[in-house]
Design a protein around this ligand. Structure first.
Ligand code: XIL
Length: 324
């Protein structure tokens, strides 16, 4: 039967992909064969290994081993890469998180530039896209002020990051990536402000990543998702769905009714991307319920992906097929 990446590419998209970070499953024949089947997933995202705490655990000590686990799988199987991420307020090593008194504008600018430049250089030419800055906004669209980078540098940190990434890897598309920007509202306006900030500084930003971590029944309508995507495209950037999952409330446990709603919600979201020319592709945030991040973060929620624990497909899988 038809497979997701194959269908998406035939329909004019660049890829349908998945995130993964399950080393314990890379020796599991079924998980690994789905993960590496280019007809199913034409693109991989390392869910954790390229984050700061792995890449630069000590100041000026760089280690790419963890990130390469997934980027090597992608290379060996002819899959595209979305690289994730260069700057985020979370999963930072302690040396970055030390009290702001350690940092002043000058030394933080230097260390930020070096981190972004070194990491993007390491994977130069291999990443279709880099999430340069991840989750830089509050819900109300103002800059996230619990980010140490914002605390020390203000909005300047975004320009520093995009500038260093562009210098290091001229061929990677440079993205701003966030959740809660999948439909019109103050946070989506904030993301547009970031696009303009970077462009007005004469720097390069190529895309906006819509994470799309949704809840069943709480997914924005297709019209709202489409018009939101178009409003980004009007600023001269592409968009992508970068971290799609749609979680169920597990109390009561999974029912046919909530699986049917999940199918509609996946179809809605993938369908929105299909209808917007500037939406280049869709990435799900893992495809297998047991390796999804959802249960560890959202109590009593789960079953958010396309495959059950026994590797049968959710109805949502067929919803995606219908959407493409
Ligand atoms: C998540 C990973 O999937 C988890 O394994 C980890 O413990 C926490 O981070 N938004 C993002 C991703 O941009 O990096 C997050 O990934 C999920 C939310």
């Amino acid at each position: 039967s038809a497979q997701l990446n194959e269908l998406a590419q035939k329909a004019g998209k660049k890829y349908f992909g998945t995130a993964t970070d399950s080393p314990e499953l890379y020796s599991h024949a079924t998980y690994f064969s789905i993960l590496t089947d280019r007809k199913e997933f034409g693109q991989l995202t390392p869910a954790n290994g390229q984050k700061w705490s792995y890449i630069e655990p000590q100041y000026n000590v760089f280690n790419y081993t963890e990130g390469e686990v997934v980027t090597n799988i992608a290379r060996q199987n002819g899959q595209m890469l979305r690289c994730h991420n260069l700057v985020w307020h979370r999963q930072l090593p302690n040396w970055v998180m030390t009290t702001t008194s350690t940092w002043d504008k000058a030394n933080m600018t230097a260390m930020l530039r070096q981190h972004v430049y070194n990491e993007a250089s390491h994977w130069k030419g291999q990443c279709y896209a880099w999430d340069v800055v991840n989750e830089g906004l509050n819900k109300n669209g103002t800059y996230r002020d619990n980010s140490i980078f914002y605390q020390v540098l203000g909005e300047e940190y975004l320009k520093i990051a995009f500038e260093a990434a562009a210098l290091a890897d001229p061929s990677a598309k440079l993205y701003y990536n966030d959740y809660g920007i999948e439909a019109a509202g103050p946070k989506a306006e904030g993301a547009k402000r970031i696009v303009k900030l970077i462009k007005d500084a004469g720097l390069r930003i190529d895309g906006v990543g819509l994470q799309s971590h949704f809840t069943v029944g709480g997914t924005p309508s297709i019209d709202r998702q489409i018009s939101n995507m178009q409003s980004f495209a009007e600023l001269g950037v592409e968009v992508a769905i970068t971290e799609l999952d749609i979680r169920l409330n597990l109390l009561p446990p999974v029912t046919a009714a909530n699986l049917a709603q999940q199918k509609r919600d996946y179809k809605t979201t993938v369908g929105a991307c299909m209808q917007v020319e500037k939406c280049v592709g869709v990435t799900v945030w893992d495809f297998y319920d047991p390796s999804s991040w959802v249960p560890s973060v959202f109590p009593e929620q789960g079953a958010a992906t396309l495959y059950f624990a026994n590797f049968t497909k959710h109805p949502a899988y067929h919803g995606v097929v219908e959407a493409i």
